[in-house]
Write a protein that binds this ligand. Structure first.
Ligand code: G3P
Length: 221
């Protein structure tokens, strides 16, 4: 199971990677622009921050087939292509480009997925990862249930694409997909923190420490 951070906030990425076994970072054009930095700087910083075993996902901007191919090659030069995955939206041109990009030996994540049917076609086109936008899908129906169903559909046809569920607004959405066995998830830092931090844990730890201090007059074993 892979768990990625959906962000280009280097401070948040450094903090989460310091205590969680994070598998990499996913970005998209909006995430990059939100950083207030030039894209090249963002990727330089990510390469410095992450180990080569941690994946970096970067999205093409061009919408036409030739442009997608050329930008995919450009992205694949980041970190000499080591664990770099090119994100391609599931437009007509994107779906057409996916097999061609794969042909060049470049790993692909099909993105901007709003329905299991789009995901099915991207999987059939040979994408390595599929990114259904769970929370956005919830505007049209039960996004979580549709992704659970997608797990089934892919298995049924032996399609090898890996779902990398994206676009999360709360912990419960992630929780339900983890319970359903989704193979990869990318979530923003605040949702990941919400999965880990619980006021009850802080309360319990304080209680242990206070009782220990009262009994033995120290905070260590
Ligand atoms: O990775 C895709 C994701 O960033 C979209 O998320 O929060 O813009 O719906 P959001």
């Amino acid at each position: 199971m892979e768990f990625f951070i959906d962000s280009a906030d280097t401070k948040a990425i450094r903090e989460l990677c310091s205590y969680l076994p994070i598998d990499g970072v996913t970005t998209n054009p909006s995430i990059i622009t939100k950083s207030g930095k030039e894209p090249a700087q963002v990727f330089d910083e990510l390469c410095e921050l992450l180990s080569e075993d941690q994946k970096i996902f970067a999205q093409v901007i061009a919408g036409d087939y030739e442009g997608i191919l050329s930008e995919a090659e450009q992205i694949a030069r980041i970190r000499a292509g080591k664990n770099v995955i090119v994100k391609i939206p599931v437009t007509h041109e994107g779906l057409r480009a996916i097999p061609a990009v794969k042909e060049k030996g470049i790993a692909v994540l099909a993105t901007g997925i709003y329905s299991p049917d789009q995901a099915f076609w991207a999987a059939k086109a040979g994408a390595d990862y599929l990114a259904p936008y769970v929370n956005r899908m919830c505007s049209y129906g039960d996004g979580v249930a549709q992704v659970v169903e997608l797990v089934q559909t892919l298995a049924q046809y032996g399609l090898e694409a890996k779902i990398c569920a994206a676009s999360f607004k709360n912990v419960d959405q992630v929780h339900r997909l983890l319970a359903a066995g989704v193979p990869a998830i990318t979530a923003p830092p605040e949702v990941i923190r919400g999965m880990v931090d619980h006021p009850g844990t802080a309360f319990a730890v304080d209680e242990f420490t206070n009782n220990w201090r009262t009994a033995y007059g120290r905070d260590v074993l």
